[in-house]
Design a protein around this ligand. Structure first.
Ligand code: B12
Ligand code: SF4
Ligand code: SF4
Length: 351
């Protein structure tokens, strides 16, 4: 850059505001049609790789995935930001918290990230433009926009990796009618590495960059209603909620970094120090923990009471002395899904 390189003041100020709000990266993409990415998306749907996530295939939402005009009429730019959730001391979290994916150990990000991204949209509106904030609030291809905005590249694990910062970040966007200079996309930096593909406990990657969501531990422990398919239970029993394995093995996440500005929001809730898997397995029974009390305000509410009790029962397969509580749940829990998970674990304890 020379002293004569033109600087877009608005873009500089928007990026500075994003940093002030706690976002560690901010990039800008031109609001063009996501042609290549949308073709890949449709290919994934055609192959049935959305698994039980029916909402990904709903027609009503499809236009917004490909065309920003469906999100905001006259859109010119997409501002994409990332908020890191890794913490240097997350390995010292209480044992129960360590069974929860890192992004989900503290507050529900939907709440605080939405507030932050709304503030960024307000800032953009001050330039006389229209701006729509999004963070899991519209059916957009967030990773595709992040890659186009140059905040990172899509790794073979399917996640956006920002060089020097890794993939442990949540994405949010502001779609705006403001014309801003686009940033340059970053070339993929996986090279010959295939660590994430090999480490996935269920072999969920059908090929590099492409995940069969139906096989992912994250899907079955967070999104799946009813029983977890039997062939995925062993992998699911290693966690309580979500899965970080394909990120843990990634060399781009190997560096320990100082706590991120919004990192404290992801510190484990106090409850994860006092509760046990037994309390969670009994959710829905008189002696169990209250789902409303324990899940409210955390991403775990997404799994629902039955889902969380089911997951806890599976996780008890690895706990010495868990047979009495598993037997109690297998006999008395009002949900057949939970009773079935308890029976599965009892069977594995007996082997
Ligand atoms: C549905 C969903 C899931 C599903 C399905 C995941 C998936 N891979 O699609 C499940 C429940 C499994 C899931 C899990 C996780 N998720 Co999720 N998820 C979403 C959600 C809501 C929609 C994604 C979507 O549309 N998927 C449908 C598939 C078909 O679309 P796609 O993967 O984008 O399709 C692309 C690939 O096929 C790719 N592709 C195909 N061929 C090729 C070739 C090349 C060369 C390239 C580059 C790409 C490529 O291109 C397609 C179009 O972009 C997004 C938020 C959003 N609105 O974008 C968050 C999101 C992707 N999830 C996120 C996170 C954090 C996770 C987990 C880490 C949570 C956890 N710890 O358990 C895991 C990671 C699993 C993984 N390796 O992907 C973050 C990712 C942040 C980041 N840094 O990238 C997002 C962006 C949420 C957010 N706002 O931050 N998730
Ligand atoms: S989140 Fe876990 S199960 Fe899902 S693709 Fe990554 S390693 Fe595999
Ligand atoms: S583990 Fe290797 S292949 Fe997978 S995303 Fe990271 S660098 Fe890419």
């Amino acid at each position: 850059m020379t002293k004569d390189t033109p600087v877009d003041t608005k873009a500089v100020l928007i990026k500075a505001r994003a940093r002030e709000l706690g976002f560690v990266v901010c990039g800008i993409a031109r609001a063009e049609v996501l042609d290549v990415e949308f073709a890949r998306y449709q290919q994934a749907l055609a192959e049935g790789l959305h698994g039980p996530l029916d909402y990904l295939a709903r027609n009503v939402d499809v236009r917004a995935r490909v065309d920003t005009d469906a999100i905001l009429e006259g859109a010119r730019s997409v501002i994409v930001v990332g908020a890191r959730y890794d913490r240097p001391d997350d390995g010292d979290d209480p044992p129960l918290a360590q069974k929860i994916a890192r992004y989900a150990r503290g507050h529900d990000y939907h709440g605080f990230l939405r507030k932050k991204i709304r503030k960024l949209a307000e800032f953009v509106r001050a330039f006389g433009a229209e701006a729509r904030p999004m963070s899991d609030t519209a059916p957009v291809l967030e990773r595709a926009w992040a890659a186009r905005a140059g905040i990172g590249f899509v790794g073979k694990n399917g996640l956006v990796i920002a060089p020097g910062l890794g993939s442990t970040m949540l994405l949010a966007e502001v779609v705006t009618t403001l014309e801003l200079p686009p940033d340059t996309p970053i070339e993929e930096r996986c090279g010959r590495c295939t660590l994430c593909l090999e480490a996935c406990p269920t072999g969920a990657f059908v090929r590099p960059f492409v995940l069969d969501a139906g096989k992912c531990v994250s899907t079955v422990t967070i999104e799946q209603k009813g029983a977890i398919p039997v062939h995925l239970r062993a992998a699911a029993s290693e966690v309580l909620f979500g899965c970080d394995i394909c990120q843990e093995v990634c060399p781009h996440n190997a560096k320990t970094r100082p706590e991120a500005p919004l990192g404290a929001r992801h510190r484990p809730h106090e409850r994860w120090s006092t509760l046990t898997l037994t309390d969670l397995a009994r959710i829905g029974m008189p002696a169990g923990a209250s789902f409303e009390e324990l899940a409210v305000g955390t991403p775990l509410s997404r799994a629902g009471a039955e889902g969380l009790a089911r997951n806890a029962c599976l996780a008890l397969a690895h706990v010495e002395g868990s047979e009495p509580v598993l037997a109690e749940v297998a006999e008395h829990h009002p949900s057949e899904v939970v009773r079935d998970a308890a029976r599965w674990s009892l069977y594995h304890r007996a082997r």
